[in-house]
Design a protein around this ligand. Structure first.
Ligand SMILES: CCCCCCCCCCCCCC(=O)SCCNC(=O)CCNC(=O)[C@H](O)C(C)(C)COP(=O)(O)OP(=O)(O)OC[C@H]1O[C@@H](n2cnc3c(N)ncnc32)[C@H](O)[C@@H]1OP(=O)(O)O
Length: 219
């Protein structure tokens, strides 16, 4: 079963894999967008489907048993390459590159295309929640206070258009194992969705931290 794991891998190997899988993931994103928007004839669609199935079979020739998990590297970094928002190997993830500040701040400029639509031309509310959950969690982690989302509250102030967007978050306050973070999603006109959440270091992590120095911050 996938979980948090410590792996013995060099920085050069991580870089090699990133250079290999990053472009693969981007190609699959392009494929998803193309499948939504194509207007080619039926035979071309069927031929494309057969080719995609052949590629899928090739990739399945050798694969992990479960999901990717989160892997800690000897240098103290971590890889969450299957993550639904930032995973390097996850084409379902919006292409989010998140920047951090140790003061407990995170932000990202990104573009959401046709694959993230809810109402016509607008970002799906669940996708906005997905992005903001991660963004608030990253702010908590950047401040050295990571946790699982306990409660996340969103206010959709106005519709978010597909296209270029910015998400920002910061730690509002810390109360022991509970980190309160706030943030928002914005388009060029200003804020569209506001979020606040509490991120809690779960009991099992607290116990492991006490026992074996489980990393208390992610890099
Ligand atoms: C450089 C930076 C990189 C950053 C990388 C990191 C990125 C990561 C980003 C990831 C982002 C995405 C992340 C994801 O997607 S995380 C996935 C979505 N979240 C979950 O699945 C969480 C499921 N729930 C749990 O695991 C547990 O219930 C948690 C961990 C939440 C608490 O279980 P625990 O066994 O520890 O709880 P406790 O009973 O000892 O209580 C402890 C305290 O907490 C208070 N409480 C309990 N539950 C809630 C609640 N639901 N809301 C508010 N408060 C709650 C409780 O009253 C008590 O407070 P107090 O009475 O002491 O005051």
């Amino acid at each position: 079963m996938a979980r948090y794991a410590q792996e013995d891998v060099t920085a050069a190997e991580v870089a090699r894999q990133k250079a290999l899988y990053g472009p693969l993931t981007q190609s699959i994103r392009e494929l998803v967008d193309a499948a939504i928007r194509t207007e080619v004839d039926d035979d071309t669609v069927r031929a494309a489907q057969a080719e995609i199935e052949a590629v899928t079979a090739r990739l399945r020739a050798r694969q992990l048993e479960g999901s990717y998990g989160v892997r800690f590297t000897p240098s103290g970094g971590s890889r969450a390459w299957g993550n639904a928002v930032v995973g390097t190997r996850n084409a379902v993830a919006p292409p989010l590159v998140i920047h951090h500040e140790e003061s407990g701040r995170a932000w990202s400029d990104f573009d959401l295309g046709a694959a993230y639509e809810g109402p016509p031309g607008l970002v799906h509310g669940g996708v906005a929640a997905l992005v903001l959950d991660q963004m608030l969690g990253e702010a908590a982690g950047a401040g050295g206070k990571p946790g699982m989302t306990g409660t996340l509250t969103l206010r959709y102030r106005r519709a978010t258009p597909l296209g270029p967007l910015r998400a920002e978050a910061h730690i509002d306050r810390v109360e022991g194992i509970k980190t309160y973070a706030v943030g928002h999603l914005a388009d060029a006109e200003g804020v569209t969705v506001e979020a606040e959440g509490v991120f809690i270091l779960p009991r099992w992590a607290r116990e492991r931290l006490e026992e074996s120095g489980f990393p208390s911050r992610f890099e």
